[in-house]
Design a protein around this ligand. Structure first.
Ligand SMILES: Cc1cc2nc3c(=O)[nH]c(=O)nc-3n(C[C@H](O)[C@H](O)[C@H](O)COP(=O)(O)OP(=O)(O)OC[C@H]3O[C@@H](n4cnc5c(N)ncnc54)[C@H](O)[C@@H]3O)c2cc1C
Length: 411
């Protein structure tokens, strides 16, 4: 049986950004501000990706970044109860209000946002993408443009367009998925021993509390964080399924949700400081730490990271830790892959954002070109936002001047 499908065609975009996570938001704002007619496609009902749909706790390596992120943090401070915290360096914002700020900033930049629209394919002609294929309540629609940016985190667009990619460690094993929840009913003073802002021993304290109830969580380094005095975030599960499989993501979400409710119900039944604890909400989207890493003109490697390498076309400085979570249930974390989780500051060169295989494809965020270890360091908030921003600037420049990103033009 042959199934044929008709796509409505919508043309005329300079830049089409696929995926409205932090990298996609940055790309779209940057391109829109340069005057490019920009479309931003997102499968969920808000912008922000893991920062909002995933209930992220705080932004890492954000305070140190140059460019648009500084302006975004200013706006989040003014409009989303955001806070720059200096020790340890991080940024905290209200996840709900962040959605609003991102929408405002995209609209101000003239970006056209399309929610509940799933990218499902790509049409190519002579090595270039001509259209991305989407499914939504409007049916099957193909959007045509000059430059396309993959900010799906998982590298979906690159894969649909036939670009080569790597995924996982050398054996194809990936880091676990985690479903975060927000909690209410906790007293700020009572939570001091468990709050990573106020105590250094929060993880053992939380594990001990659970051990008293006979519970060993699937993540051995649980994290409880105060977002504001009423709302707390909890990350306590490690679920091992590939993040690019619909079945895997579904199974992981259900297992993680069961575990979260089991833990929180047990804590509430134990009474004392936990007597009013409740899950206010589980995240709309389970957190996928790694998907496809699309091949670019340059691939940043572990050697670059540990050498603290800089590049003439460096566009983003990554500083901090390599954060690789165990690829096996209960197994070791980064220890088996890296020399230590601290690394000197290093740069990501522009070539990591430019597809090697598809002439008019750029990448931003988690799916840029890097190896397993390097990805473990640049996948956090600051670098994903900055690489998104630069992909947007480059896309607008290339669309306006009719040049290929593969020539690595100066922007
Ligand atoms: C459990 C976990 C905890 C983390 N904790 C921290 C932390 O504490 N601090 C920190 O700085 N970073 C943390 N991170 C890293 C975090 O992933 C990044 O900061 C950031 O979210 C990655 O940005 P991104 O835009 O590349 O991808 P994402 O945030 O994943 O955004 C991708 C977007 O694309 C959309 N999309 C995907 N596929 C499609 C499709 N086919 N069609 C349409 N839309 C699509 C998604 O819905 C999403 O909105 C954590 C990650 C995980 C998973």
């Amino acid at each position: 049986m042959e199934i044929k499908k008709h796509y409505e065609e919508v043309n005329g975009y300079d830049v089409v950004v696929c995926g409205g996570g932090p990298a996609g938001v940055a790309a779209a704002i940057a391109a829109g501000r340069k005057g490019a007619k920009t479309l931003l496609l997102e499968r969920g009902g808000c912008l922000g990706g893991f920062w909002t749909r995933g209930l992220l706790t705080w932004l890492i390596n954000a305070l140190e970044q140059e460019g648009l992120l500084q302006e975004v943090m200013d706006r989040l401070e003014q409009e989303a109860e955001g806070k720059r915290v200096q020790s340890p360096k991080r940024f905290i914002a209200d996840t709900e209000k962040t959605k609003l700020v991102f929408e405002r900033m995209c609209r101000e930049a003239g970006v056209e946002i399309l929610y509940h629209t799933v990218l499902s394919g790509a049409v190519k002609c002579q090595g270039r993408i001509t259209h991305v294929l989407t499914e939504s309540k409007s049916g099957s629609v193909a959007y045509g443009g000059k430059i396309f940016i993959d900010t799906t985190g998982d590298g979906d667009l690159g894969a649909y367009a036939g670009a080569e990619f790597d995924m996982g460690n050398g054996e194809g094993m990936t880091q676990p998925l985690s479903l975060i929840c927000q909690l209410s009913g906790l007293d700020y003073e009572d939570m001091a021993p468990f709050d990573s802002q106020r105590s250094k021993n929060t993880k053992p304290a939380m594990l001990q509390e659970l051990a008293k109830l006979g519970i060993t969580p699937s993540y051995g380094g649980p994290l409880l964080a105060v977002l504001n005095r009423e709302v707390y975030a909890l990350m306590i599960n490690h679920i091992h399924y590939p993040g690019t499989s619909a079945k895997g993501v579904t199974q992981a979400t259900m297992e993680a949700r069961e575990e979260l409710h089991t833990i929180v119900d047990a804590l509430r039944r134990s009474g004392g400081i936990w007597k009013n604890i409740r899950i206010a909400t589980t995240a709309d989207a389970i957190g996928v730490r790694e998907g496809r890493r699309l091949h670019g003109l340059y691939t940043v490697t572990a050697e670059d990271v540990y050498a603290g390498r800089s590049f003439p076309d460096g566009i983003c400085c990554v500083s901090g830790n390599t954060d690789i979570h165990s690829v096996k249930p209960g197994g070791a974390g980064y220890e088996q892959f890296v020399k230590g989780n601290k690394h000197p500051p290093y740069e990501i060169p522009l070539g990591c954002l430019v597809s090697r295989d598809v002439e008019n494809l750029l990448m931003g965020g988690r799916c840029i070109s890097g190896d397993f270890v390097a990805h473990g360091s640049y996948r956090v908030a600051g670098p994903v936002f900055r690489t998104g921003e630069v992909s947007g600037l480059l896309a607008a420049h290339c669309a306006k001047n009719n040049v290929s990103p593969q020539t690595l033009p100066k922007i």
